[in-house]
Ligand binder design. Structure first.
Ligand code: URA
Length: 188
């Protein structure tokens, strides 16, 4: 069994934090296991918990559209995961201890997939991978080395949806995806 499939099998049985009790499904991640481009969101919402796949609700439809328009690929060409793999009740923010318990799954995913560019969506993923408490508004607009890869922090699609389609958030997420694509073109 490939290493990522083994990791998934183990994650599906995870009981490391109390979120395990409330979940319908563990939302491990989806996409190309050797993708150059990886996205990391926050945690599953209602639809993701039901379907077992990240970003399948409204935010996901926006992500799919922007991926198509700015990077020119479909979701099957990238890998999509979250900071926490189980839905926090009522879509509340994940607690620090839940993020800490789930962190090894994400770190092993990144190691096995070995993407060249990681686009973090929203505060939680950026703060975890960049080991900072700065907010996304401060962090976005540039890229950061992450081992041999680059992290490109951007807004969460749900924030972009709340902010409206012609605002700064939409322009920002589009610009960040273009930055990610440029990194893919030059990375060796
Ligand atoms: N929001 C996230 O951060 N992740 C999902 O999978 C869905 C919505």
């Amino acid at each position: 069994m490939p290493a990522l499939a083994e990791l998934r099998r183990d994650a599906l049985a995870c009981t490391r934090c109390p979120l395990a009790k409330g979940r319908t499904q563990v939302v491990f991640g989806v996409g190309d296991p050797v993708a150059d481009l990886m996205f990391v969101g926050e945690g599953p919402g209602e639809q993701e918990d039901l379907q077992g796949e990240p970003f399948v609700g409204r935010s996901g439809r926006l992500l799919d559209r922007l991926l198509h328009e700015e990077v020119g690929v479909g979701r099957e060409r990238v890998y999509i995961a979250n900071v926490v793999k189980c839905r926090p009740p009522g879509n509340r923010n994940p607690l620090p201890e839940e993020v800490a318990a789930c962190r090894p799954w994400l770190e092993q995913q990144i190691e096995l997939i070995s993407p060249r560019v990681i686009v973090t969506l929203g505060n939680f993923a950026a703060q975890l991978l960049l080991d900072t408490r700065s907010g996304i508004k401060t962090l976005r607009g540039r890229s950061y080395p992450y081992g041999a890869a680059f992290v490109v922090p951007t807004y969460h699609p749900s924030y972009v949806l709340r902010s409206g389609s012609v605002g700064e958030a939409m322009a920002g997420i589009r610009a960040d995806l273009v930055r990610a694509k440029e990194h893919l073109a030059v990375a060796v």
